[in-house]
Every structure is written in C-alpha cells, then in structure tokens.
Design a protein around this ligand. Structure first.
Ligand code: NDP
Length: 280
C-alpha cells in the first residue's frame, strides 16, 4: 500500500517546523507516513488542496494566510473550528467531504495547563489581539472558567466584536489597547498579536503585570520576544513563547488524523535546541 501523505500549506512556509514535528510524532508512535511543506501561491489555495488530495494526500495543516479560506473550503466543520472561524487541520476521508478542524485553541490550553502547570479557573486573563489566533483560543480559555477575560486590540472595534460573539459563553469584554491603564494586574496575559514577529513591542501600560502574572507570547523565536522581555522587566513572574502551543496543536492534529496521541515533551526539547541553533 502507498505511504500516507500529509503536508503543511502556507505562504511563506519554508521555515515551518511542522515537518520536523510530525516526523518525530510518526517515529515515536510507529506510524508510517510522509509529511512535507508545500508553498502555495496566494491565489492558488483551493487548487493546491485538490491536487494534493487527488495525489493521495490524507490530511493538511494550514497556516498563514489560508486559515479562513480553509474554513470556507471544508464541507464539514468540527464545533471548535466553527467557533474559531478558521481551520488549521484538514482531513480527507473516504467520502468526498473535506473535514475542517482547528487545534490551535487546544494546543494553547494543553501548553498552559499541562506543560506549564497553570490553573486558569477563577483567574483574570488578558488576551491581546483580535485576529484569527485570538478568536481560536477564546472558547477554550472561557471553558477554564476565568473570572474575567478581557480582549484588547489596537483596532478596538474588532475586540468589541469578538467579545460580543462569545458573550454567551462567559465573562468577556473587549477594548482598545490604549484603554487598559485602569485595569488591575492580570494572572495571565496572552499575546495573540503578530507584533513580536516584526520585532515590535506593544505599547502597554505598566499596571497590567505584577508578581502573579504569567506572560505568554504565541510567537516563538530563538530568543525571548519583545513582549516576553517587556513583561518580565515590568514584574511578571514568568514568560513563555508559543513553541509549546505549536507542538501541542500539531499533536492534536496528529490525533485527528491517526487516532493516536504522540508524546510531546521530547519534541518540544528538540525544537527548542533546533531553534537556538544547537544543530547548526
Ligand atoms: P492576524 O493577522 O489575523 O492578526 C494579527 C493581530 O495582531 C491583530 O489583532 C492586529 O491588530 C495585531 N497586531 C499586528 N501588529 C501589531 C502591532 N504592531 N501593534 C499592535 N497590534 C498588532 O494574525 P493571527 O491572529 O493569525 O496570528 C497572530 C500571531 O499568532 C502570529 O504571530 C502567529 O505567528 C501566532 N500564532 C502562533 C501559533 C502557535 O502555534 N504558536 C498558532 C497561531 C498563530 P489590528 O486588528 O489592530 O490590526
């Protein structure tokens, strides 16, 4: 029988760590599969998916900028993908349907609660950003039953809209980044903006952090991000980047496709070493 094929599609995609992650998952679980990175032209997403599928592809991870398009392309959506408004995992079954799922939210929650040991029930959470990544984690964050979840975004209207969309699910509100100066410190601040990608620090007031604050940046890098450095410099207890989220969302996608859950700690360690240039 031909080997099962998987891939990540994005633009850009050449630096994606997903092939490295999934190859380790396959080895660890004893599954035979191939996983590659496919660069897709901005206007060519649906055609690329169709070609991959007719060549025998079994599933795809989807990254920037195609997550919304993948959501529209999927004929069937999981409940969490429907809520997220974005798809990062496609599965091609025996029928013609394309199944769309979103594992980003679970990935963040697994990293926060299992790997980093945080308890979110009864805590105050600040979520920075109102793009696709922020939307995908709101449902899972509210499910932990925080006392407060504030979404703050540069474009205030997007944050307010997002809060309105989830208002039935818990204590959530939205505001602009520039209106946080009266807030008490938060227990958890999640940076779901792409500011750190550009090496930029967000303009945040210093009342947000205190000794109980855990700062989490969804962006991952070889060195602490500007947001991580800002948080610790202003009194946060701890700061982490999004590498654990990346590995955990991949583990959940692997489970969706293969029905088996890979162990992640050694993969996170490997990627950390890889990112920091230890294999160069
Ligand atoms: P989007 O482009 O959909 O959203 C970007 C968000 O960042 C918007 O809220 C935007 O605000 C805000 N933003 C961008 N630049 C700045 C700035 N200079 N100052 C303030 N706000 C800014 O991106 P996504 O939501 O898809 O992704 C966000 C980040 O999360 C990315 O960096 C991505 O790499 C990371 N990510 C990491 C994952 C992981 O597994 N670790 C998984 C998914 C995403 P505005 O609305 O005002 O424009």
């Amino acid at each position: 029988t031909p080997i099962d094929r998987y891939a990540v599609m994005g633009h850009p995609v050449s630096h994606s760590l997903s092939p490295r992650i999934h190859q380790q998952f396959a080895a660890e679980t004893g599954q035979k599969l191939e996983y590659e990175a496919i660069l897709v032209p901005r206007e060519g997403f649906s055609g690329a998916v169709a070609r991959f599928r007719s060549a025998g592809g079994r599933g795809l991870n989807i990254t920037v900028p195609f997550k919304e398009e993948a959501w529209r392309l999927a004929g069937k959506l999981s409940a969490r993908a429907r809520a997220a408004g974005a798809v990062n995992t496609l599965s091609f079954g025996a029928t013609n349907d394309i199944l769309g799922d979103n594992t980003d939210g679970v990935g963040l929650l697994t990293d926060l609660t299992c790997n980093l040991g945080l308890i979110l029930a009864g805590r105050r959470i600040l979520l920075l950003g109102a793009g696709g990544a922020a939307r995908g984690v709101i449902g899972p964050l509210l499910a932990e039953r925080p006392t407060t979840l504030i979404i703050a975004n540069r474009n205030r209207v997007r944050a307010e809209q997002l809060a309105a969309d989830f208002s039935l699910q818990g204590p959530i509100s939205g505001c602009g980044l520039d209106t946080l100066s009266d807030e008490a410190p938060f227990d958890l601040i999640v940076n779901a903006t792409s500011a750190s990608l550009a090496g930029e620090a967000l303009a945040l007031p210093t009342n947000l952090t205190a000794s109980q604050t855990f700062a989490y940046d969804m962006v991952y890098a070889a060195a602490p991000t500007p947001f991580m450095r800002w948080s610790v410099a202003h009194g946060a207890a701890c700061a982490a980047d999004g590498l654990g989220m990346l590995v955990e969302q991949a583990a959940e996608a692997f489970f969706v496709w293969r029905g088996i859950r890979p162990r992640t700690p050694s993969v996170i360690t490997d990627l950390r070493d890889f990112l920091s240039g230890a294999y160069a």
